[in-house]
Design a protein around this ligand. Structure first.
Ligand SMILES: NC(=O)c1ccc[n+]([C@@H]2O[C@H](COP(=O)([O-])OP(=O)(O)OC[C@H]3O[C@@H](n4cnc5c(N)ncnc54)[C@H](OP(=O)(O)O)[C@@H]3O)[C@@H](O)[C@H]2O)c1
Length: 297
C-alpha cells in the first residue's frame, strides 16, 4: 500500500510529480498552488479533481508525503507557514525538489514531528511532456533517514535512479549540473558560431559536429580526464592555435575572447595529461592572454 501525497506549488515539476506518482500507485490527496486554477489543473491530471484546497496546510494535512514544488525562493517560507498552522502530519515526510538547496530549509516541519528531505530530479522539465519525464533520470536525495528511504522508494516508483548525496554537498552538486548542462549550451553556441564562419550552413552545424561530440563523450567515459583531451593544445601545437586566434580576431574580438578563455582552462588539463611542456604552456598562455591593444613583444 503506497502513501498518500500532497503537492504544494503546481508548476512544471509539481504537475509531473502528481501525475506520475498517481500512476505509480500513490494516492493524490491534496493540491495547493498560488492560483486555484493551477491546483485544479494538477489535481485533475493526477485523477483527483476534488483534492484541491484553499490553503497549503489543509492540503498538506491530507498526506503522508508532502512535496513542496514552489520556486526555490518560496520553499522555506511555505514550509514555515504550513508548520505554524500545524499542517504536517506526525511522522509524515516533507520533501522539496530544489537542486541547490539543502533539506535543512524545511527544518520548521520538525516542530510537527515530520521528517525532512530533498529529492532533486536531474532533468530539465518542460510544461507538457508527453511521456514519463522521470524515466531513467538520476535523482539526488538527502535528508533525515526516514525521508531518504521514502524518497528513494518514490524515485524508483517513478522509474528514476536515486542516489544519496551529502546535505552540505548540494550546492556543489547543483553547480556541477549547471556546468554540465547550461555551460554545454554556451560551449556549443561558440562552436556553432565558429562553424558558421567556416561557411558550413548553420542548419548543418550540429550534424557535422555530433559524431565528434559523441566520440569525445565516449572517451571521457572510458579513459577519463585528462586523457580524453586531444587537439592542438594537448599537442602543444602553438602555430595552429595562433592561426585560429588571428583568424577569429579579424572577424570578432568577442568570439576570440571566448575561444581564448576556454583555451586558458584547457592548458592545465593538457599539462595534467603530460603531453604539453611547461615552455609550450607558457607560450600558449601568452597567445591567449594577448590583447589587440597590446604591442606584440
Ligand atoms: N523546471 C525544472 O526543470 C526543474 C528541474 C529540477 C528541479 N526543479 C525544482 O522544482 C521546483 C519547482 O520548479 P518548477 O520548474 O516546477 O517551477 P514552476 O514551474 O515555476 O512552478 C512553481 C509553481 O509554484 C507556484 N507558486 C509560486 N509561488 C507560490 C506561493 N507563494 N505559494 C504557492 N504556490 C506558489 C506557482 O503556481 P501558480 O501557477 O499557482 O502561481 C508555480 O506554478 C523548484 O524547487 C525547482 O528548483 C525544477
Amino acid at each position: 500500500m503506497h502513501e498518500s501525497f500532497a503537492i504544494i506549488g503546481c508548476g512544471k515539476v509539481g504537475v509531473m510529480m502528481g501525475k506520475h506518482l498517481a500512476e505509480a500507485g500513490y494516492r493524490p490527496a491534496g493540491f495547493f498552488s498560488r492560483r486555484a486554477s493551477a491546483a485544479g489543473h494538477a489535481a485533475r491530471i493526477a485523477g483527483a479533481a476534488d483534492a484541491c484546497f484553499d490553503n497549503p496546510w489543509d492540503a498538506a494535512l491530507q498526506a503522508d508525503v508532502v512535496l513542496i514544488t514552489t520556486p526555490d525562493h518560496v520553499i522555506e517560507e511555505m514550509c514555515r507557514t504550513i508548520a505554524e498552522n500545524n499542517g504536517f502530519r506526525e511522522r509524515s515526510v516533507v520533501l522539496h525538489c530544489s537542486g541547490a538547496l539543502p533539506s535543512t530549509i524545511l527544518s520548521s516541519a520538525r516542530s510537527c514531528g515530520a521528517f525532512i528531505g530533498s529529492m532533486h530530479p536531474l532533468q530539465s522539465f518542460a510544461a507538457d511532456y508527453p511521456g514519463n519525464p522521470f524515466h531513467q533520470i538520476m535523482m539526488a536525495v538527502e535528508g533525515d533517514e526516514a525521508a531518504v528511504e521514502l524518497a528513494q522508494a518514490i524515485a524508483v516508483s517513478l522509474a528514476a535512479r536515486p542516489f544519496i548525496i551529502p546535505t552540505e554537498g548540494k550546492v556543489f552538486y547543483h553547480a556541477a549540473a549547471v556546468a554540465a548542462s547550461n555551460y554545454l549550451v554556451t560551449l556549443m553556441d561558440l562552436s556553432f558560431r565558429l562553424m558558421a564562419l567556416s561557411g558550413v550552413p548553420a542548419s548543418d552545424a550540429f550534424a557535422v559536429l555530433k559524431p565528434l561530440i559523441q566520440g569525445t563523450l565516449a572517451n571521457i567515459e572510458t579513459i577519463g580526464i585528462p586523457d580524453a583531451l586531444t587537439g592542438p593544445i594537448a599537442r602543444g601545437d602553438i602555430g595552429t592555435v595562433e592561426k585560429h586566434l588571428t583568424a577569429i580576431r579579424q572577424v570578432s574580438s568577442e568570439l576570440a575572447d571566448r575561444y581564448a578563455r576556454l583555451g586558458i582552462d584547457t592548458i592545465s588539463i593538457a599539462l595534467a595529461k603530460g603531453t604539453l611542456s611547461q615552455e609550450a604552456a607558457r607560450q600558449l598562455l601568452e597567445l591567449f592572454e594577448y590583447k589587440p591593444s597590446q604591442k606584440k613583444p
